[in-house]
Design a protein around this ligand. Structure first.
Ligand SMILES: O=C(O)[C@@H](CO)OP(=O)(O)O
Length: 228
């Protein structure tokens, strides 16, 4: 039966610094590296060995995928990257300190920007230091000015259906290394979680989540590998 392993990147520099990150490209901290390495060792211990990998265009997820695969002796498997697996774009909040933003705009407003299903954060100013529209990695992509979780789902799910589902149907054990919100999009779809409930689901860094799937790719089980 096909299996899908989801892993959120290890702790990033801006997770640690408490800054809104989104599409901005930051590295892993030493803790993040250790989390990814431990995830790889866990996959090896549990004999849950990926045969195909997918990740985003963002360094923290790519590095996590590589460290996980190295940890389980699978650096050699085919991997594919897509911007569609990127974190949700944080718009004009990108780079701001989360606590300072709460102090300025209030807890309620910041909670809406962070966890509303369909209200996007304010758009990024064109030409701002965090504007990625001329980054060569996004040459083929219309970089959004900001995204809600709903917008994120609208670009993650077609990629899952068109590229990942056919791979799973081929009987592969697929690992996806991605981000809090691109993984929420997948968990919402696979576990049939409502719009209201999905925003409350927190996905921890560096903890492999396993989906056991049936032949129709419906989830029969979802569990944290560390709990088995
Ligand atoms: O800053 C971000 O891009 C995300 C993930 O770290 O944060 P949040 O918890 O607000 O979705």
């Amino acid at each position: 039966m096909p299996r899908l392993i989801l892993v959120r990147h290890g702790q990033s520099e801006w997770n640690l610094a408490n800054r809104f990150t989104g599409w901005w490209d930051v590295g892993l901290t030493d803790t993040g590296v250790a989390e990814a390495e431990a995830a790889g060792r866990l996959l090896a211990e549990k004999n849950m060995l990926p045969t195909v990998g997918f990740t985003s265009f963002q360094t923290r997820a790519i590095k996590t995928l590589n460290l996980v695969l190295e940890g389980c002796g699978r650096l050699w498997i085919p991997t594919r990257k897509s911007w569609r697996l990127n974190e949700r774009h944080y718009g004009g909040l990108t780079g701001l300190d989360k606590q300072q933003t709460r102090d300025k705009h209030g807890d309620e407003q910041v909670h809406i920007w962070r966890r509303s299903f369909d209200t996007p954060p304010p758009p990024i100013e064109p030409g701002s230091e965090f504007d990625l529209s001329s980054d060569p990695r996004y040459a083929e992509v219309e970089v959004p000015a900001s995204e809600s979780l709903k917008d994120t789902i609208a670009r993650v799910l077609p990629y899952y259906t068109e590229n990942i589902e056919p791979t799973l149907r081929g009987g592969e054990t697929v690992i996806i290394s991605a981000h809090g919100n691109s993984l929420r999009a997948l968990v919402k779809h696979l576990s049939g979680i409502s719009d209201d409930e999905i925003t409350g689901l927190e996905i921890p860094t560096g903890q492999p989540i396993v989906y056991e799937l049936d032949d129709n790719l419906a989830a029969t089980e979802r569990y944290y590998l560390s709990e088995r």
